[in-house]
Design a protein around this ligand. Structure first.
Ligand code: VGL
Length: 215
């Protein structure tokens, strides 16, 4: 059970809940069962005062796009803001870019982040545009301005963009609760590493919203 003070201000964060991270887009970055988190994301938002979200929005000309010579997950050297090659994903105008069916329209969120728009930027976390966490996307400032205490986080994928977003929110001083029913991982191994990193940094975890107790 995870206790929350009934007077706390809660935000729900939908990180990169896009088709490109589901089996609907097998050529992009399909996360097993990635499409099954919609109900859990909508349910956590019902408990929250604010709902914020993010999307990857990548150009076809991105420098980190994997190819025959540079397969996915190969490290990229000499680039400050792209650390490895990935399959092209989340190109605006394609199905992969769209939010999962059943989520609100982007403009119905209280705050929304588009990230990785420049060809040399491939950030993971939704709070900064760069890998050194110096160029804010504004979401931390939005949450602070609205007196947020606790952020409930879900989205895709747990072992990459959700993990980094959780670490950034903890670093900014928020209480962070990862809703495991509202997220899925790309691989089991990176999931184990991500869970350990988030736990060590102070994240809390729930398997379902039933584990939250308001007191
Ligand atoms: C992601 C790997 C590469 C994610 C994005 O959203 O978790 N993972 N790009």
């Amino acid at each position: 059970m995870v206790e929350i003070d009934a007077s706390d201000i809660i935000a729900a964060f939908d990180v990169d809940a896009q088709n490109c991270f589901t089996p609907l887009c097998p050529g992009e970055l399909p996360v097993p069962e990635g499409h099954s988190i919609v109900g859990a994301l909508n349910a956590q938002a019902e408990l929250a005062h604010w709902r914020v979200g993010s999307k990857d929005a990548h150009p076809e000309s991105a420098i980190w796009v994997a190819s025959e010579h540079c397969p996915q997950l190969t490290p990229i050297k000499g680039q400050a803001n792209s650390d490895m090659y990935w399959n092209l994903h989340a190109v605006p105008g394609t199905r992969g870019f769209e939010l999962l069916e059943g989520l609100p329209a982007v403009m119905d969120y209280d705050f929304f982040v588009w990230k990785g728009v420049e060809p040399d930027l491939h950030p993971y976390g939704a709070c900064y545009h760069d890998l050194a966490d110096t160029r804010s996307t504004g979401v931390i400032e939005f949450l602070r301005d609205r007196h947020t205490d606790t952020v409930l986080v879900g989205g895709l994928a747990l072992d990459f963009c959700v993990k980094v977003t959780v670490l950034q929110l903890l670093n900014a001083g928020f209480r962070v609760i990862v809703n495991l029913s509202a997220t899925r991982s790309l691989t089991e191994e990176t999931e184990r590493q991500a869970m350990a990193a988030m736990r060590d940094a102070g994240a809390e975890f729930i398997n379902s919203l039933d584990e939250l107790v308001f007191s």
